[in-house]
Structures are given as C-alpha cells and as structure tokens.
Design a protein around this ligand. Structure first.
Ligand code: NAD
Length: 421
C-alpha cells in the first residue's frame, strides 16, 4: 500500500470542497500542485569554527490572488512534504480571509536548541541569501512560524536589504515594532481565534467559566491562554514539548508565561498551588469544554481522537487533526473551528503590517484590533452559514468558501468553456 503524503491528505479536502461548487476543471488543475518549490542547503560557520549544513525549502504554492505569503519554520522534522502542505493551507487561508495574497511556506531542518544565538543569526541570513530571488515585497513575503521570531525576521529583513541595496521592510512581516513591525502582530493568531470564538460562543454553547485545555504553549498557546483567562475562562491544563500540568480550579497563566520566559517548561509549575503534572499525550482527554490545539501537525489522530471529551476544538495550529481523526470527531458531534479560519489572525495582521510598510504608516493598536475583529467575524459568519446551508462541517465549509474565491479569480482569466465556445 502506498502511504499518502501530508499534501495528498490536505488536497483531499480541496477535492471534497469542489464537489459542493460548480467550478471548471481548470481550477483544480491549477491548485493540485505547488507553483514552485525551491530547495537549498544552508552552510554556516559554527562558533567553534566548523562548518555545518541544513536542508531548507521555500514553496510558493499559488499566487492567483496576489504575492505569496507564509511563515518560515525552523524544526528538526521539517520536510518538503510539510512545507508544501503548509503552503497549500496558506493558499486556502488567505483566500478564505479575503486577503490579496497567495500561499507560501518556508522551512529549515534544524534543531535551534543546538545553535547559539550567533549561529541562529548566520542561519537566518544564509536562508535569505539562498532564497533572495524567490522572496520580495511583491513576490513572496515570509513571516515567523514555529521556532522563528521577530528577531529572526529582523536579521532576514536586514540581509535582504543588503542584497537588493535598499531598505525593504515590506519583504517580511512579524518584524520588531522598531523596524516596521505592526502593533498587534505578536498576539494576532491567538486574538483572531479569540474573536472568532467569542463571536460564536453562544452558538457553540461556551460561557465564561468554561474549562479550557491548551496543547502547545508558544506564541499561539500562551496568548490564547492570556486572552481567554482575562475573559473569565478557566485554563485547567496546558502542555509544551516537555510535558504538561493541570489544575481543576485553574492554572495561573502569568506564572506559566514567566516560567517560559525564563526558559523553563510549563511542567516547572507542578507541585505548587494544587498543580499536578500531566503527561503530554493525555492533554486531549482532559475534561473541559474547549480544547485548543496550538502545537504542531497531526497531534490528534485515529489513535487518540476517541478520547477527546471537549465538545468544541479551536485549531490554532496548522493541520493538528488528521483526516481519520476528523471523521471520529464528526461522529461524536464535536465542533472543530478549523485551522484555515481559526488561526487566520496571524496572516491578517501580517497583511496589515505589509500595508503599513508600503504606506510608510503605522496604525494605532485599536485600528489593528478593530479590523482584525471585523475580518474574523465576517468570514466566520460566512463559513458558519455555508455549513448550515449545505449540512457540512465547518472545515468543509471553510474550504468551500476559500475555493469559491480562488475559483472566481482563476475563472476570470478565461475557462475552456469561454475560450472554445
Ligand atoms: P511556537 O514555536 O511559539 O510554539 C510551539 C509550541 O508547541 C511550544 O510551546 C512547544 O513546546 C510546543 N510543542 C511542541 N511539541 C509539542 C507536543 N508534542 N506537545 C505539546 N506541545 C508541543 O510556535 P507558534 O508560533 O505558537 O505556532 C504553533 C502552531 O500555530 C503551529 O502549527 C503554527 O504553524 C501555527 N500558527 C502560528 C502562527 C503564528 O503567528 N505564530 C500563525 C498561524 C498558525
């Protein structure tokens, strides 16, 4: 039996969405594979004088709607399949949230925990040297993703400026504020999911005081914990790559964040104030009303989906639920707010940053939040209505919504029916 790639699995969702729309074959022909994937080996000098090399990729999946957009991930498990899959998801996400962007993704196969800060800087700069012809403010615009951050974006923007001979802040988003970053970018992914959740809370049966379990306590996970905690939700369990903690009366989110800031795992809180350890793989089966997935892909699979007790799942991570697990959750009537909608806040504020850079402007935080809230609520309502009308899951509806926008744009360039009469 030939095992399906991640990209095959993701594409299956595209073909399923196409069944609900009257689109020409040209659309799927264009979207079935990436437009271009570039591969390089990044050779850098280590602090001890030795050379080391790391495989790296940049995929521009589709640019029908505009320059391609997507983060760069530094992770030991990054592969071409993962990068192309995430670039595909970005294509659907940008279409769904109605941004003038196509989808892209980049990655370097590296464990940054083994690199010093200066080695990380050399790696970030080498990435841009190798992919300088691929990226550009009107061509392909990177951003942070797993294990990359605003400082890494600053190094990359600086390297790009050195190569092209002009300061070009719009080439990359997620920069530090002092270098043209947007206010509100730091917590945008979580905030977008939070606005969506609050807007649909009544329909989802969620009330303040509801118990929340969060998988992953990085950028997306810690900010959703802060926002939901401040809104009166009870964060009863969290995990990171080292393990987890739980407390039925609610964890102290500030203490968790301060532990992470000091380089410790969330597990370091165990033993104090009624906080107990929780094996990472038990997070999904914690008793709660809301499960937030904010770590990596494929964390909910056929082997653990049946153990989920939460009636609602918010996907802040990309592709955290496999298609087999989706079927199990659907059969259990668990509502999933799907990744391409739920985590679109990040790329939305990235788009705001790109617009501000091109305008030479900087928007107040209230403007960023208000515009983000409007987008999440509008597109969230559209997806919800489509799901009701067609009797399909929110994930299928999200794909139908995104695909209908892409199809309209692709068909606007002429179809076989139009050209051949
Ligand atoms: P991050 O690197 O800041 O955090 C990742 C977190 O996941 C870390 O706390 C890590 O310890 C944890 N983790 C890793 N393996 C785990 C495991 N097995 N169990 C539990 N936790 C584990 O990354 P991030 O930016 O927060 O991204 C998280 C997810 O959200 C990714 O899928 C990313 O693609 C997606 N996402 C992020 C953004 C953004 O703007 N940051 C935007 C859209 C989507």
């Amino acid at each position: 039996m030939v095992l399906k790639t991640m990209l095959d699995q993701a594409r299956a969702r595209l073909y399923e969405a196409a069944r609900h729309l009257d689109i020409t074959a040209d659309v799927l022909e264009k979207l079935k594979s990436p437009r271009e994937t570039t591969q390089a080996r990044l050779v850098i000098r280590m602090d001890d004088g030795a050379s080391k090399s790391y495989p790296a990729w940049r995929c521009r999946y589709d640019d029908t709607l505009g320059p391609t957009k997507g983060g760069i991930r530094f992770h030991p498990d990054v592969s071409i399949d993962e990068v192309e899959t995430l670039a595909f998801l970005m294509t659907m996400k940008c279409a769904l949230i109605n941004l003038p962007f196509g989808g892209a993704k980049g990655g370097v196969q590296v464990d940054i925990h083994n690199l010093s800060a200066t080695e990380q800087e050399r790696l970030a700069r080498r990435y841009v040297q190798c992919f300088a012809k691929v990226i550009g403010p009107n061509r392909d615009i990177p951003a942070p993703d797993v294990y990359t951050n605003s400082t890494i974006m600053a190094w990359m923007a600086d390297e790009y400026a050195a190569i092209v001979g002009e300061v070009t802040p719009a080439v990359i988003t997620g920069k530090p504020i002092a270098l043209g970053g947007s206010l509100g970018r730091e917590d945008a992914t979580a905030r977008g999911g939070y606005y969506l959740l609050l807007h649909q809370a009544q329909k989802l049966g969620l009330r303040p005081g509801a118990r929340v379990a969060i998988q992953g306590f990085g950028n997306a996970g810690k900010h959703i914990a802060q926002l939901l905690g401040a809104a009166g939700f009870r964060i009863v369990a969290v995990t990171d790559s080292k393990g987890g903690v739980q407390c039925s009366s609610g964890l102290d989110v500030d203490k968790l964040i301060s532990a992470k800031r000091q380089g410790r795992s969330v597990t370091s809180l165990a033993g104090s104030d009624g906080v107990c350890t929780l094996p990472a793989d038990e997070l999904v089966s914690v008793n709660c009303e809301l499960l937030v997935l904010a770590a990596l892909e494929d964390m909910v699979h056929a082997g653990n989906a049946a153990r989920i007790k939460a009636p609602v799942i918010l996907e802040l991570a990309n592709a955290p639920i496999t298609p087999e697990a989706d079927k199990i959750l659907n059969a259990k009537n668990i509502v999933v707010l799907p990744d391409i909608l739920a985590n679109a806040g990040g790329v939305t504020v990235s788009y705001f940053e790109w617009v501000q850079n091109r305008q030479g402007d900087s928007w107040p935080i209230e403007q960023v939040h208000a515009r983000l809230k409007t987008k999440m609520e509008q597109e969230g309502d559209a997806v919800w209505t489509l799901a009701q009308e067609k009797g399909i899951t929110l994930r299928s509806a999200a794909y139908v919504h995104a695909l209908s926008r892409l199809a309209e744009a692709i068909e606007a360039q002429g179809t076989q029916r139009f050209l051949m009469g």
